[in-house]
Design a protein around this ligand. Sequence first.
Ligand SMILES: Nc1ncnc2c1ncn2[C@@H]1O[C@H](COP(=O)(O)OP(=O)(O)O)[C@@H](O)[C@H]1O
Ligand SMILES: [Mg+2]
Length: 166
Amino acid sequence: MRNKKRNSIRFDTDQIMRNIIKGNYRRIGSGTARRVFDLDNGYVAKVAKNNKGIAQNKAEFEIASGRRCRLFARVALTTKDYSLLIMERAERINSMSDVLQYFNVRDNNQLFQLKEFENIPELDLCIADLCRPVNWGMIKNRPVIVDYGFTYSVKNKYYHKQAFRF
Ligand SMILES: Nc1ncnc2c1ncn2[C@@H]1O[C@H](COP(=O)(O)OP(=O)(O)O)[C@@H](O)[C@H]1O
Ligand SMILES: [Mg+2]
């Protein structure tokens, strides 16, 4: 029963929000759009600060559901309004060399030519963002992408400069 442990966790999002407000969880990250808290059970909560955060939670939820891709940290659930998203927690990595080493490639160019990455363009993700170690982490010694809500369509809608694909 490989899934037993994962499925046995039940999340009460109202309770989680109350705990966040009380300061009961350690904050492990904060970007322009979301704050990220360690729920101390193998998961993190990503809380939107604004519309950009809502859009990124929604994009992450949509990318994570509907595919069983091991490249992305799994999303357990979101609230209906996407203000809160629960994701598997990954260990921080300091350099892309951890990712390159795992996939046995020399550089980012080679990395994104691997079969595992072939659907990145159709997911509307920006490869330049995925070359940054802050957007990656390790789960059970395997590299995973933890920040994948910043799609071109989110960028173009919520951030001023036009984002070009390359
Ligand atoms: N699943 C995760 N596990 C561990 N740390 C995470 C996870 N998701 C995000 N973080 C940490 O929180 C930071 C901010 O989260 P991120 O998803 O990048 O939000 P933002 O949309 O605000 O950039 C990340 O840079 C990373 O350090
Ligand atoms: Mg980020």
